[in-house]
Ligand binder design. Structure first.
Ligand SMILES: Cc1ncc(COP(=O)(O)O)c(C=O)c1O
Length: 390
C-alpha cells in the first residue's frame, strides 16, 4: 500500500512492510547484509560481536553463515566453526591465529603446495621457522618438537602423493608437549576420517571440494572442539576480515544432504578405476590409500571409513613426461584442471620431485579426480588414452 506521507524516493529506500511470521521450508534463507540493524542504541552498545546468539555486522555472521558453521561443527564432531573465503584462506587463518615471530612451525613434506608456500613466506618475512617433516614420521615427530614449536600441520593423506600419516601417533606426541595439531581433512571430507576422535585439535576443510560438489564455489572452514582455541581462531578471522558470500554459503548448505552419497559414489568409482589401472603395464604404482602399495595404507585401514574420488598413479619410469602429457591431452571425459570433489573427472600431471624436500618415487605422477560419470565410460576413456603412450 502506498504511503502518501513519504516521498517516492523514500518509499523506494525503506519500508514498514514485514512479511508474516510462520514461513517454514527446508532450505536456509539467504541473508545478504553488511549492515545489521539494532533496535536502539542501547542494543548496539550492548552487542558483543563474538556472541553467536545475536548479530553485529555482516562480516561476523548472518543466520545463513551461522547455520553453515553450526552444521559443519556438528558434522565434523567439533563445537565451533568459522568460514573463510577459500580453503587456503582457512589455512592462513590457522597460521596467523597461532604463530608469531620467533615461533616454529612443522609442516608435512607432502602438504598442499600453497600451504607449503605460505610456510616459506612466514619463514622469509615473518621470522617464523618452518620445517618440513616426513609425513610417515608417526611418533618420531616428538624428536622434532622444540620449545618454540607452536603448530603442527597434518594432511591425511597428502592430496597429490597420498601418503597416509599416523595421525593419532602425531597427535599423542604433540599433546604431550602442548602443541596443537591442525589437520587438512579435505580428502576425507569429514566423512571418512573423524579427526577429533583421533586427537586432532583443529580441522581445516576446503569446502570448495566435496561440500560444495559443484566445481563452482570457493570456501573454507576451520573447526575446533575447544573454546580457547576457537577464540584464537575467531580473533584472526575478525582481524583478517574473512567474510564469505551469502549465495556461496547457500550453495554449500545445498550440497550437504547429498555429500555422503556423492562421496561414496566417487569412492566406488575411484577404487574400480584404480584397481584397473594397477593391472595395466603402463602403470608402475597406484597411490590410493585403500591399496596396499600406498605408503601408510595400514593407517588408512585402521583409521578411515572410506576414500572418495582422489588418487594418483606413477607411470612406468620408461614413459617420458611428453608421453604422459599426450595421455592426459587425449582424454575426453577426464578434463584438465585443478581441484576435485566435483561431478566431472579431472586429470593433472605433477612434477612431484620439485614439490618436495625428498621424493624417492620414480615415473611421472598423474592425479585423478574421479567424478560422477559412468565408471565404464571413464575406464574406456583411460584405455583409449593409454594407447597414446605407444
Ligand atoms: C588438500 C587441499 N587443501 C586445501 C586446498 C585449498 O582449497 P581452496 O582451493 O578452496 O583454497 C586444496 C585445493 O586444491 C587442497 O587440495
Amino acid at each position: 500500500m502506498a504511503d502518501d506521507r513519504k516521498s517516492l524516493q523514500t518509499l523506494l529506500t525503506t519500508t514498514d512492510y514485514r512479511p508474516p511470521e510462520g514461513f517454514a521450508a527446508f532450505p536456509t534463507a539467504i541473508h545478504h547484509a553488511s549492515t545489521v540493524l539494532f533496535k536502539d542504541v542501547a542494543a548496539l552498545r550492548a552487542r558483543n560481536w563474538q556472541d553467536k546468539n545475536a548479530y553485529t555486522y555482516g562480516l561476523h555472521g548472518t543466520p545463513t553463515t551461522f547455520t553453515l558453521e553450526a552444521r559443519l561443527a556438528e558434522i565434523e564432531g567439533g563445537s565451533d566453526c568459522l568460514l573463510a573465503p577459500s580453503g587456503l584462506a582457512a589455512i592462513a587463518m590457522v597460521d596467523l591465529a597461532l604463530l608469531k615471530t620467533g615461533d616454529d612451525l612443522l609442516v608435512p613434506d607432502n602438504v598442499y603446495n600453497p600451504n607449503r608456500d605460505l610456510a616459506h613466506w612466514l619463514q622469509k618475512d615473518f621470522g617464523i621457522t618452518a620445517r618440513f617433516y616426513d609425513p610417515l614420521i608417526g611418533d618420531g615427530i616428538a624428536a622434532l618438537i622444540r620449545p618454540n614449536t607452536k603448530l603442527i600441520w597434518v594432511e591425511a593423506p597428502g592430496s597429490v602423493s597420498m601418503e597416509v600419516p599416523d595421525v593419532p601417533a602425531i597427535c599423542r606426541a604433540a599433546k604431550a608437549r602442548g602443541v596443537p595439531v591442525a589437520l587438512d581433512n579435505t580428502w576425507a571430507a569429514g566423512l571418512a576420517f573423524r579427526a577429533f576422535e583421533h586427537g586432532v585439535d583443529i580441522v581445516m576443510q576446503a569446502l570448495t571440494k566435496y561440500h560444495s560438489g559443484g566445481s563452482d564455489v570457493l570456501m573454507g572452514a576451520v573447526i575446533t572442539n575447544d573454546k580457547a582455541l576457537h577464540r584464537q581462531m575467531e580473533m584472526a578471522h575478525m582481524r583478517l576480515g574473512m567474510g564469505v558470500s551469502a549465495d556461496d554459503t547457500y550453495l554449500v548448505l545445498r550440497g550437504l544432504p547429498t555429500m555422503k552419497l556423492r562421496f561414496d559414489a566417487h569412492d566406488a568409482a575411484a577404487r574400480k578405476l584404480a584397481a584397473w589401472l594397477k593391472a595395466r603395464p603402463e602403470i608402475s604404482k597406484v597411490l590410493h590409500p585403500a591399496f596396499e602399495d600406498c605408503p601408510g595404507h595400514e593407517f588408512w585401514k585402521r583409521d578411515f571409513k572410506g576414500a572418495g574420488g582422489l588418487f594418483s598413479v606413477l607411470f612406468d619410469p620408461k614413459c617420458s613426461e611428453a608421453q604422459t602429457d599426450r595421455f592426459i591431452d587425449s582424454l575426453k571425459l577426464f578434463r584438465i584442471g585443478y581441484s576435485w570433489g566435483g561431478a566431472n573427472s579431472l586429470a593433472v600431471p605433477y612434477r612431484i620431485a620439485q614439490m618436495r624436500s625428498r621424493w624417492d618415487g620414480a615415473g611421472q605422477l598423474v592425479r585423478f579426480n574421479v567424478g560422477l560419470e559412468d565408471v565404464d565410460d571413464l575406464m574406456a576413456d583411460l584405455q583409449q588414452g593409454l594407447t597414446q603412450l605407444a
